[in-house]
Design a protein around this ligand. Structure first.
Ligand SMILES: Nc1ncnc2c1ncn2[C@@H]1O[C@H](COP(=O)(O)OP(=O)(O)O)[C@@H](O)[C@H]1O
Ligand SMILES: [Mg+2]
Length: 252
């Protein structure tokens, strides 16, 4: 079952620099939430705090009403610069998380093969990372995060280094996956078009320290047409919000 995530009154500084200040928001079960904000505003830090890789100075994060517990709450993570292990095949890279967790061999095989079928990469099973295109690597890192059958998926600009066609294709596949698997997804991006295409809801963050500037519910039906008037209008209004943040930064 996908879980609800509650972030309340989060603060985080590095060496006296405030990166996150008084940040509160909820993500509903099965919701696809996109966080957009200027670069260096604290997006990666926020995901790392949710995962327990960084400790907040104050504030709370609850998953399913309880403090994050990575044994109980399975959280899949696609980090900003995912690295596949170069000496492992696609299959073994995807299976890694399950092996670390001590799953039985047969179960791993079943789970990984099913996942590769679902996202249509069976043909790449025995390839090594250096033989893969950028898009395929992004796909394998997503598969790796999904292999543990997570209740929540955190994705940190997973498509940032891809060409536009590949990115659009993977975005469409991610939507299908979200509809099929009903996971709670927190997806960080600074690509506004991407957020408008994907999200159930968009949180626009301020420049550092990250606070919520705007909360936008996206009731536009899917699949969304990037060239429709409604789409462009929302995209432009968010671009305007982000531009304001840059102007603040230049004046400061
Ligand atoms: N471990 C760290 N130590 C010191 N400063 C950090 C650390 N992690 C992030 N920062 C700083 O915090 C700010 C926000 O970083 P980050 O969360 O990566 O932003 P974003 O993902 O929005 O681009 C940046 O100024 C970055 O240099
Ligand atoms: Mg980042």
């Amino acid at each position: 079952m996908p879980f609800k995530v509650e972030v309340s009154n989060l603060h985080k500084s590095f060496n006296g620099f405030k990166v996150i200040e008084k940040l509160s928001f909820n993500v509903e079960q099965g919701e696809f939430l996109c966080l957009v904000g200027p670069s260096r505003c604290g997006k990666t830090t926020l995901l790392r705090i949710i995962l327990g890789l960084e400790t907040p100075d104050s504030g709370k994060i609850l998953v399913d009403g309880k403090p994050v517990n990575l044994e109980k709450h399975r959280i899949g993570y696609v980090p900003q610069d995912p690295t596949l292990l170069p000496w492992l095949s696609v299959y073994d890279n995807i299976a890694l998380g399950l092996r670390i967790r001590g799953f039985p061999r047969e179960e791993i095989k079943k789970q990984v093969e099913e996942l590769m079928r679902l996202i249509k990469i069976e043909g790449f099973r025995d390839y090594y990372p250096h033989q893969l295109s950028g898009g395929m690597k992004a796909y394998v890192s997503i598969a790796r995060a999904l292999a543990i059958n997570p209740d929540i998926i955190l994705m940190d600009e997973p498509f940032v280094n891809l060409d536009a066609q590949t990115r659009n294709l993977l975005q469409a596949e991610l939507i299908k996956l979200h509809e099929y698997a009903a996971k709670t997804i927190i997806f960080v991006t600074h690509n506004i078009e991407e957020a408008v295409f994907l999200a159930d809801r968009i949180l626009v963050l301020t420049k550092r320290p990250a606070r919520i500037k705007r909360n936008i519910s996206m009731d536009m039906p899917r699949p969304r047409n990037r060239y429709s008037e409604e789409f462009i209008k929302i995209r432009e209004s968010i671009e305007e919000l982000i531009k304001e943040e840059f102007e603040v930064e230049f004046k400061a």
